[in-house]
Design a protein. Structure first.
Length: 367
């Protein structure tokens, strides 16, 4: 491909010297799990988000599951409680709820933002509803002010899935991860802040939740060989933490580049067959993905491929239509289903040259 969707090699070469030095330093330290690199990253990322606590874990899915488990240990959640969740999301959001013995209640998205529609949340609340899990899909914050008002009215906890929104901020300057009671991040390699392998983190201002998450991630143990509760093995290792310590300081600059690329697409792609994302005047979108809609998705994808441009679909099958969620296959969620039939992700990242961007724009306009 002339233009890959994400150029991992080019990305690594930018950080190569610093990453190699960080890995070597970590290897020579002789300490590879729950060490100084993780301590440093947890402090740095908590500070970056403007939060009191960060707990490094194995991946983004584990982050969400450990949050739920901590609330169960606190007696705030219990088996069979209902959790409001977006119908339009990656399936991991819903897996985290099901795996912890709770029941997801799927709510339709707003068509212009792709995020959960707060106006539809209230009508989905029942006596069994105990939490709302929002997702900042594609890098754009969900409408957390409205969601928080609903949660306070019904005394529900709020959890953010921030797997795609590292560095996004609302109008008040509050960062992704701090707009809820607790939040889960993924540092999968293609994320705006990506490790070189799987990695994740939990952000919260609640000390009791933070303490429990630290215990749960380490077999339920606070003191070695003393296991207070049933936990899991999900720890952000020292090498991945060292890599994230290198890359974190570049995150804001790279998010600015993503916004510039997105702005160029929005201003210069002019084709009636292509619906572009809504242009925003504030920093609530970090464009982890630049997602367009078209009724001619497959033809456009093929047209771009012929020009050497790789595109992806995030995601081709809605969660409620996946075989794994067969108990939800009967649901009729027309907005979610329309989105999944029409969306296409264009390359949008700091490693695109101006020539790459111009080729993408020209190819879309020629369609």
């Amino acid at each position: 491909m002339k233009v890959p969707f994400f150029n991992f090699k080019k990305s690594f070469l930018f950080y190569e010297k610093e990453i190699n030095e960080a890995i070597k330093k970590t290897l020579l330290s002789g300490w590879y799990i729950l060490g100084k690199e993780l301590d440093q990253f947890e402090k740095k990322f908590a500070d970056y988000c403007g939060a009191k606590f960060c707990i490094g874990v194995g991946n983004g899915l584990d982050a969400l599951k450990i949050i739920i488990k901590s609330y169960k240990e606190l007696g705030i959640l219990k088996d069979d409680d209902e959790v409001i969740a977006p119908a339009n999301t990656y399936i991991a959001t819903i897996i985290s709820i099901l795996d912890c013995g709770l029941k997801p209640v799927l709510v339709e998205p707003e068509l212009d933002s792709f995020n959960i529609n707060p106006l539809k949340i209230e009508e989905a609340i029942t006596k069994k509803t105990k939490a709302i899990m929002s997702v900042n899909l594609y890098g754009q914050l969900a409408k957390m002010e409205l969601i928080k008002k609903i949660s306070l009215k019904y005394k529900l906890i709020t959890i953010e899935d921030c797997a795609q929104s590292h560095g996004a901020k609302n109008n008040n300057g509050l960062a992704s991860g701090t707009l809820s009671d607790a939040s889960g991040f993924s540092f999968y390699p293609s994320k705006n802040l990506g490790a070189i392998g799987d990695a994740g983190a939990i952000i919260t201002n609640d000390e009791s939740v933070a303490k429990l998450c630290k215990v749960i991630r380490n077999y339920g143990s606070e003191k070695k060989n003393h296991n207070q509760i049933l936990g899991v093995n999900s720890r952000l290792d020292e090498i991945q933490a060292a890599i994230l310590n290198v890359k974190l300081k570049y995150l804001d600059k790279e998010n600015i580049i993503r916004r510039k690329v997105a702005s160029k697409y929005i201003n210069e792609i002019k084709n009636e067959k292509i619906l572009l994302p809504k242009k925003l005047d504030y920093q609530d979108h970090v464009y982890h993905l630049f997602v367009i809609r078209t009724k001619f998705r497959d033809k456009l994808k093929h047209h771009l491929k012929n020009a050497g441009i790789e595109t992806l679909i995030h995601y081709p099958i809605p969660p409620h239509k996946q075989p794994a969620l067969y108990k939800y296959n009967h649901l009729k969620l027309p907005i979610t289903e329309l989105i999944h039939d029409e969306i296409l992700s264009l390359p949008c990242n700091p490693w695109l040259s101006l020539e790459d961007q111009d080729l993408i724009i020209k190819t879309c306009n020629d369609f």
